[in-house]
Structure formats: structure tokens, C-alpha cells
Write a protein that binds this ligand. Structure first.
Ligand SMILES: [Zn+2]
Length: 280
């Protein structure tokens, strides 16, 4: 699938979630996906599922949702239920998932799947739990960027920190980069739109090594930091400096977007989160 086609599909998922938010009058955070399911006569039941995060089931015209509660992670469970609701609401999903007499769809929610239907349902879930208008208003209540702010938004929306960080980068008015790394390797990144306007930057590739000596690289080098879910907020270099450095390096043909260090790091490595392991 072309990148443009995929972007359109994800926009369609976001629009569908916005329409559901409006239609059901979901005007305050946190959004309750269980109530939304109930309003649509969909039974939602926790289960010790293996190999999937949740299921959408269909018998005749009746739908039901199972979600995995083995992680005991509120944000993950709410995201999973919202993902299944995405399959219910998104045009064409029920027809596709329950074709040929199938009665159960097993999901891998949380941005871990590359399947177009799964990605659409993930984007529906993010847009449902963090509606743009409500999320942006909450994010703009404080001007400064900080890990604490992401943490507050995650608590307000009852989502994982990863999901809140991705949404934050999507709507930030300033250049913001969220980078997920494991060990010394970048797994994925997300940038706010203003980053694209910065001159002399090249893009980070999945699988790249973290810049040697960076705060995140040093943090990740201590395994206990990850195991204990430690957090550390490092002072970033200024964008002005970053741009100058990038330009200087570019002159030598080695410019890298790496000059934009994340403001907060280490925070996305918590063991309890299974989210965000693929680039959205
Ligand atoms: Zn799914």
C-alpha cells in the first residue's frame, strides 16, 4: 500500500472516531469505551487471552468484545476495547472481518500490527480515547513541554504514556520528537508537523543506533533503569543549536536529525506497556 493511501486510511479512521465522539455526545475526558459499547448493545467481557489483545465477535446481528486483562494495565485494556469498537464502527470492517461465515476476529492492538485493518482500528482507538478537541485543549493548558505533562495527559485520558506521547507529538505546535528505543536501537519515532519545516535535517531510520553519548543512550545502558521503570528528564539542547549543528554537519555531508534530542527519555521503556512497538 502506498504511503499516501495509508495516510488516507488513517485519516478516515480518525474522522470516523470524531463522528462517533460527536454522535454519542462524548464531551469530557476520560472517554469511557465500555459505556459506548453498552450504548450499542455490545457486551464487553475480560478474558485471559493468549496470542491476541482482544476479539470482536459477531453472531447474527449481535456483537461482543473480549479483551485481555492479563497485564492488569488499565490503559491497555481501554485501548483494546476501543480498537474493537473501531472494527465495529469503521466502514467496511465488519463486512471484511466476518466474511465467509467467520464469527471471531482476533486483534493485535497497540500499533504493533502492520495489517491495514488493525492500523485503522488503532488510529480509531487513539482518536476516540484522545479526541483532538479535548486533547489539544488539555495539552495547551500548559505551555512548556515536559515528561510530566505527557504523564498528566495519559492520566487524564486513562491511556498508556506511549499513546499519549504519540498523540502529543501529532498535535504539538512546536517541534517535538518522540523516539521509542530499545537498548541502543531506535524502534520508531513520531514528529510534530513543525519539525518538517526545520531546515537541514535528515530523517531517523528504524533500526538506527542511538547517538553515542546522548542522554537516552546513557540511560538505556543501565539495564536496571529499564527493569525498574525509572524515569529521567534530561535537558535538551536548543533547537537553534541543533539547527546550527545540523547545518554544519550537513556541509560535511553528515547531517542527522539526531540533533533534536527528545526532551524526556527513558520513560517509554516501562515493562508494563506493550504499546507502541511499531511506528504509527
Ligand atoms: Zn483488530
Amino acid at each position: 500500500m502506498s504511503r499516501r493511501r495509508e495516510d488516507l486510511n488513517l485519516q478516515e479512521a480518525a474522522h470516523c472516531a470524531d463522528e462517533v465522539v460527536t454522535r454519542f455526545g462524548l464531551a469530557t475526558l476520560p472517554i469511557d469505551p465500555h459505556s459506548l459499547a453498552e450504548a450499542n448493545d455490545i457486551a464487553v467481557v475480560p478474558a485471559a487471552l493468549e496470542g491476541c489483545s482482544g476479539c470482536l465477535m459477531k453472531q447474527g446481528d449481535t456483537f461482543g468484545i473480549l479483551y485481555s486483562d492479563t497485564l492488569k494495565n488499565d490503559g491497555f485494556e481501554r485501548f483494546t476495547v476501543s480498537h474493537e469498537l473501531g472494527h465495529f464502527f469503521l466502514p467496511g470492517h465488519p463486512e471484511f472481518l466476518f466474511s465467509d461465515g467467520a464469527t471471531t476476529h482476533q486483534s493485535s492492538s497497540g500499533f504493533v500490527s502492520k495489517d491495514p485493518h488493525e492500523r485503522q482500528a488503532d488510529h480509531f482507538a487513539a482518536s476516540l480515547l484522545m479526541p483532538e478537541r479535548l486533547f489539544v485543549a488539555a495539552a495547551r493548558a500548559e505551555r512548556a513541554h515536559s515528561f510530566e505533562k505527557i504523564d498528566k495527559l495519559a492520566k487524564l485520558c486513562r491511556t498508556s504514556i506511549t499513546a499519549a506521547a504519540l498523540r502529543y507529538a501529532k498535535f504539538a505546535d512546536d517541534p517535538v520528537v518522540v523516539i521509542m528505543s530499545r537498548g541502543q536501537t531506535v524502534e520508531w519515532w513520531e514528529m510534530s508537523a513543525p519539525v518538517f519545516d526545520l531546515p537541514n535535517l535528515t530523517w531517523i531510520n528504524r533500526g538506527s543506533s542511538l547517538p553515542r553519548g546522548s542522554a537516552t543512550a546513557l540511560f538505556n545502558r543501565t539495564a536496571a533503569n529499564i527493569a525498574a521503570g525509572n524515569r529521567e528528564e534530561a535537558t535538551s539542547i536548543s533547537l537553534q543549536l541543533a539547527r546550527r549543528r545540523a547545518r554544519r554537519r550537513d556541509e560535511r555531508g553528515r547531517g542527522r536529525a539526531w540533533q533534536l534530542r527528545p526532551h524526556a527519555h527513558g520513560a517509554l521503556h516501562r515493562r508494563s506497556s506493550r504499546r507502541g512497538r511499531g511506528r504509527r
